[in-house]
Every structure is written in C-alpha cells, then in structure tokens.
Ligand binder design. Structure first.
Ligand SMILES: [Zn+2]
Length: 164
C-alpha cells in the first residue's frame, strides 16, 4: 500500500473517520483533504451526501442555482436571469440526467442551456433536440460534482445548491 503524506492540517471530528472511509472510493485524495480542512458542519453535510447519493438513493433531485446575474425586476425578460443546472435521478438506470433551467420567460433549451427552441418534430411527433441529447452522469460523478460545488462556492451566496 502506498503511503500518502501531506503537510496540510486537517480537522478531525467524530464524523471524520467514517467520512474518509466513505469518500475514498468516489473522491480523490486532494478533494478528501480539502473536505477534512472544513468545519464539522461541512464535513457532516458531505458525509450525508456520500451516504444518500452514493450509498442509497434518498436524494433524487439536485439543483445548482446561479443567482450572480439575477435582478428581481429583470428576471423574466429584462436580461438578468437566474440559471440552474438541475439533475434528476432515475432509479432504474441509477443515472442522473441534467436539465438546464432559467427564470427567464423566453424559450430556453433544457438540453444545451441556450435560449431558443431546439425541439425537432416529424410531422407532429416530437423526435428529439437538434442540439443533441441530455447529459447523463453516474452517481459517482454526481457526488464529485456536489462536493466540488460545495468547495468552490462555500462562501458565495450567489451560488446555491438545493437537494431534495
Ligand atoms: Zn439546445
């Protein structure tokens, strides 16, 4: 077994040991170190996600909201919108499907996250989107996405994660 040495100090709480044991498979060493440098509440949230996204499928809906350009008066057609990357879990396939969403009233493509309608029809039958198909990720990739969002936007109130 390779010994991994680090000079970085980590914060060890009662939850930290189980957190590390759960995190070793889906997360890399650098990410685990960064998580262990956070406070106890942060570590507990990560552990909860590790258990309930990767271990069992308690959470089925994860939304990353970007409010950085949002202005209430201009949020429907004024050019200052909220944007979301919204992942929906499918229990049968054990995969997460990404859908883009916005506060804007205009047509907005859920597949590529650009304004416009990319739906394609054969006569009246919907056959798909001209820009491709929805991005689909595994639960391992989902937990990696959640953790990197938590670390990147820890002190940023314009970026919000909703987990249901
Ligand atoms: Zn599109």
């Amino acid at each position: 077994m390779t010994e991994i040495k680090t000079n970085e100090t980590i914060n060890v709480f009662p939850c930290t040991y189980i957190l590390i044991s759960r995190a070793i498979r889906p997360l890399d060493h650098e990410t685990i170190t960064k998580i262990c440098q956070q406070d106890e509440n942060f570590q507990k949230r990560v552990l909860d996600f590790l258990i309930n996204i990767c271990g069992s499928s308690v959470y089925t809906d994860i939304e990353f909201q970007d409010w950085s350009e949002y202005e209430p008066d201009k949020s429907s057609n004024g050019g200052c919108y909220r944007f979301s990357k919204h992942y929906y879990y499918n229990k049968d396939s054990d995969l997460w499907t990404l859908q883009y969403e916005t506060s804007a009233d205009m047509e907005y493509c859920p597949i590529c996250g650009h304004f416009g309608n990319h739906e394609e029809y054969d006569d009246d039958t919907f056959i798909g989107y001209s820009c491709g198909s929805a991005k689909i990720i595994s639960s391992t990739k989902m937990i990696q996405t959640v953790i990197s969002f938590m670390l990147n936007y820890k002190d940023d109130t314009n970026h919000i994660m909703l987990v249901r």
